[in-house]
Every structure is written in C-alpha cells, then in structure tokens.
Ligand binder design. Structure first.
Ligand code: NAD
Length: 482
C-alpha cells in the first residue's frame, strides 16, 4: 500500500503515529493509498523547521528564490502525465481537467516567480524637513496553508508560490481526501533543491493538524481554502494569537440570463460550468435566473445539454465531461438537498438521483425548476451537478435575487447590451463577475469573495501582496553635516 510521508525540514520522515487514514478513488470506492495522522508534535516540528529556515530564505535575493519556483515548474512539466493520473485517481477529475490543473499549476509557479523583480516598496514625502519616509514590503514569516480537495495541486502553488517568492516559508496541510498529489509536489520540491524547511507538508485531520497550524503562535498567516464552517473555526483558532487569516471559502454563484442573451452561448457556458469537476468548484454557476421571455427555450435546451453529459470513471472511460463526486458524504448531501427541494414543490427537469452504476459516487446531471427563493437549496452550496433555475421579469428583480445570498464569490450575466452588463457589474455584490462567460479566473486577476465567501484573496499582484506586510522607516538626517 502506497503511504504518503510527511516532508519536514527537507526530509521525508516516518510519522510516529500508528493511525492511518485511507485514501479512496471516488470513481471506484477502492483504497489507493494511506496517510499518517500526523501528531501535534510533528506539526510543530514542521512549523519550527519553517521558522528556522525563514530568515536565511528571506535574505536570498528574490530572484534566487524565484529560481527555485521556476525549477519546480519545470519539474511539474516533466512529470506531467504522472501528476495528471495521481490527481485524477484520488479526486475523480476527468483527464482533460486534471491536465489543465497541472499546466495551470506550472504556469502559476512561473507567474509568481516573475514578481521577484517587480514587487515594490514606496518612498513617501515627509512633513518634516530633512526626512525620508521609506515603506518596505517584508515577508510575514511562516505561513500555514490548509487545503481543500477540489483543485488540490493548483492550491499548493496558489499558496506556496506567492509565499516563497516574497521570502516566507510554509507548512502545507492537504485535504485528507487528496494527499497523494501533495506528496508528489514535495518530491519535486526536494529534487529542485529547495533549501530544507522552506516548504513542508504534513498530513492528518483538520481538527488536529489544521487546528494546530491555525493556533500556533509561530504562524504569521494562515491561508485557508475550504468551507465556510471550517473557515470560521480557523478564524477562531487564529484569533488567540491575532494571526492574520486569508480565507477562500464557498460560493453559490448566480448567473443572470437576459432576454437578449445569446442563448446557445449561455446554455453551453452554464452547462460546462455546472458539470466541471462534477459541480465541485467554488465558482460554478449554481443559481440561474432567466428572463421569463426566454425561459421556456432556455430550460428546454439546458435540460437536453445536462442530460447528455457523458460521465464515468476518468481512468477507464474516454471523452468524459464529468467524473464522480468526492465521497459518499458529498453524494448524500446533494441527494438530501434535492430531495427536500422536490418535497417542497421543485420540478425535476432531468436527473434528480444517484446514477445507477455499481460503484463510485456518481450523481446524475440535474436541472430543477419551480423553485422559490426561501428553499434551503437556493442558499446552501450544493457542490454537485445540480442546476437551479428561476425566472425574473426585469433586471432589478434579477439583481435582487442574485444578491440574496450569504455567499459573494462568483457571478455572471449573459446579455448583448453593454449598458445592462455595466449596470449589473455595478450592482451585483460579488467578488467576481463574468460577462458572457463562466469561470475560470486568470492567474493575473484577483480571486476573492465578499460576505461569507472569504477574507483576502489570491492571484495577481493583490494575491501576492497578501503574503507581505509593511515596515515603515523614518530617516531623519542633518543637512548641515558635510
Ligand atoms: P473543508 O472545509 O471541509 O476542508 C478544508 C480543509 O480544512 C481540509 O484540509 C480539512 O482537513 C481542514 N480542516 C477541517 N477542519 C478543520 C479545523 N477545525 N481546523 C483547521 N483545518 C480544518 O472543505 P473541503 O470539503 O475540503 O472543500 C470544499 C470547500 O472548499 C467548498 O466549500 C468550496 O467552495 C471551497 N473552496 C473554495 C475555493 C475558493 O477559492 N474560494 C476554492 C476551492 C474550494
């Protein structure tokens, strides 16, 4: 049985624990590997290794730090096919999406490395004579990175690359569901010669390892991606030491389809967004608000598109659009949300049940109509291939419905009228809005949610700056001295 080893202080170590967590292929239910439940002591060792390495890492010129990131990117590309298989096997991702994730991760490493010569401090005029005010951008110190399972490989880079190029060190805890790719990432970091302690990986339960990362006083920032419930626990744990938090949490993305929309484009984009990663992406369109004038045509066409989705086991079947859900718990959650909506009067246009396959955690691509906004399903993140469709009379109503959510991550609008698009962009209270397309976000953009979707954000210049703090220096000098 393959066992992932923690990577602490530049070494793959044998955990002292006897408790193992099995890792499952969600397409088959078979156990493919196991991870040790690292102890609090081992988590602390990783944090201490990161702390010891940080000062000398930060002293390196940024361009040298960037060199390591480029080397890892290169190694990711050299191991492309192996990594694609590892990600697909443990997460259930279809091959083309796993390929996109691996490529995007390598590009992400290179992109963040390129900031080495670009991030800047400031010189500010003083109110006093003979004084300079210098604002330095300095690393925070040790970063704790706690990851979800849905884009597990990319999320390592999304945290470690901006952290490392700016002079921080990091301890990563991957999800219990998808640790294998983190083990592979650590191997590549070791092969790239990354100095010991700069990048560490520990495995285990969120309530133990994750909690220790969030509450340890040596952690300067906890960078978390995952659910709102866990984000709230992390914030509470971090509060003890006033540790900075960066939280990328869930979503409940609305898509507004106006009566002048290119319907074929809207159907194609929304369907693709809803089945990508089996509906398990924080920025997938979940709530569709369609103008009543075109609702009949839109519902008919998207129901056909959803019901024709080809799904199956990504490692065996080809030309798939969708794989399984991550586990039985995820499947049961989708099942129960749909069941309670149907009990309250929702109409199933297509799907609406577990797929009839003898193994794996598959749910049929589903379209529900006849919904009302007070239903639980309109507010809870589904994280499965279920589209909810409601109609509206005018833009004001559509925007009000879209904004009626405690989430505020991604949103979209389909229209050919620039004035309508611009008004929607102004009035939709979400961190991201796409006009005439769905996800995904750009490396150079800024991925951040409003309300319960998070605090802070990732990607681009502003994502990089999350990993920096400011140090201001006032320099008084005497002009009379020669
Ligand atoms: P999760 O919150 O269940 O787990 C995420 C991580 O937190 C895991 O590593 C887990 O072990 C750890 N954890 C659990 N309890 C903890 C605790 N008490 N203290 C510290 N760590 C703890 O989320 P998930 O099911 O892995 O991921 C799905 C969620 O992630 C969805 O809500 C999705 O929307 C969100 N997500 C958001 C983004 C974004 O960019 N906003 C991206 C991907 C996923």
């Amino acid at each position: 049985m393959k066992r992932c080893q923690p990577y602490i202080d530049g070494q793959f170590v044998v955990s002292k624990t006897t408790e193992m967590i099995p890792v499952t292929n969600p397409a088959t239910g078979e156990i493919i590997s196991e991870i040790p439940e690292c102890t609090i002591e081992e988590t602390r060792q990783a944090i201490e290794a990161a702390e010891s390495a940080q000062a000398s890492w930060a002293k390196l010129p940024a361009i040298e730090r960037a060199g390591y990131l480029h080397k890892i990117a290169q190694k990711i590309r050299e191991n492309f096919h192996h990594l694609v298989r590892v990600i697909s096997e443990e997460q259930g991702k279809i091959i083309s999406l796993a390929e996109a994730e691996v490529n995007f991760t390598a590009d992400y490493m290179d992109y963040m490395a390129e900031w080495a010569r670009r991030y800047e401090g400031e010189i500010i005029p003083s109110d006093r004579p003979n004084e300079h005010i210098l604002l330095f951008k300095v690393p925070i110190g040790v970063i704790g990175g706690v990851l979800p399972w849905n884009f597990p490989f990319l999320l390592i880079a999304r945290k470690m690359a901006p952290a490392l190029v700016t002079g921080n060190t990091i301890v990563i805890k991957p999800s219990e569901e998808t640790p294998n790719n983190a083990f592979e990432f650590a191997k590549l970091a070791a092969e790239a010669g990354l100095p010991a302690g700069v990048f560490n990986v520990v495995y285990g339960r969120g309530g133990v390892v994750g909690k220790e990362l969030a509450s340890n006083p040596k952690i300067g920032m906890i960078s978390f991606t995952g659910s709102v419930d866990t984000g709230s626990k992390i914030m509470a744990a971090a509060a003890k030491n006033i540790t900075k938090v960066s939280l990328e949490l869930g979503g409940k993305a609305p898509a507004i389809v106006m009566d002048d929309a290119d319907i074929e484009l809207a159907v194609r984009s929304i369907k693709a967004s809803r089945v990508i990663n089996s509906g398990q992406a924080c920025n997938c369109a979940e709530r569709i608000y369609v103008h009543e004038k075109i609702a009949e045509q839109f519902i008919a066409e998207i129901s056909v598109a959803m019901s024709s989705t080809k799904y199956g086991d990504p490692l065996i079947e080809t030309d798939l659009e969708m794989g399984p859900l991550i586990n039985e718990q995820g499947l049961a959650k989708v099942e129960s949300l749909v069941a309670s909506a149907v009990a309250a009067g929702a109409k199933v246009e297509t799907g609406g049940k577990r797929a009839s396959r003898d193994k794996g955690y598959f749910y049929e691509p589903t379209v529900l109509t006849n919904l009302s906004h007070d239903m639980e399903i309109m507010h809870k993140e589904i994280f499965g291939p279920v589209l909810l469709i409601m109609t509206f009379k005018d833009l004001d109503e559509a925007i009000a419905l879209a904004n009626d959510s405690e989430y505020g991550l991604t949103s979209s609008i389909y229209t050919q009228n620039l004035d309508i698009a611009m008004r929607a962009c102004k009035e939709i209270k979400f961190g991201e809005t796409y006009v005439n397309r769905e996800n995904f976000e750009a490396i150079q953009g800024f991925h951040a949610g409003m309300r319960k979707s998070g605090i802070g954000g990732a990607d681009g210049k502003h994502g990089l700056e999350e990993y920096l703090q400011t140090h201001i220096v006032y320099i008084q000098y005497d002009m009379s001295k020669k």
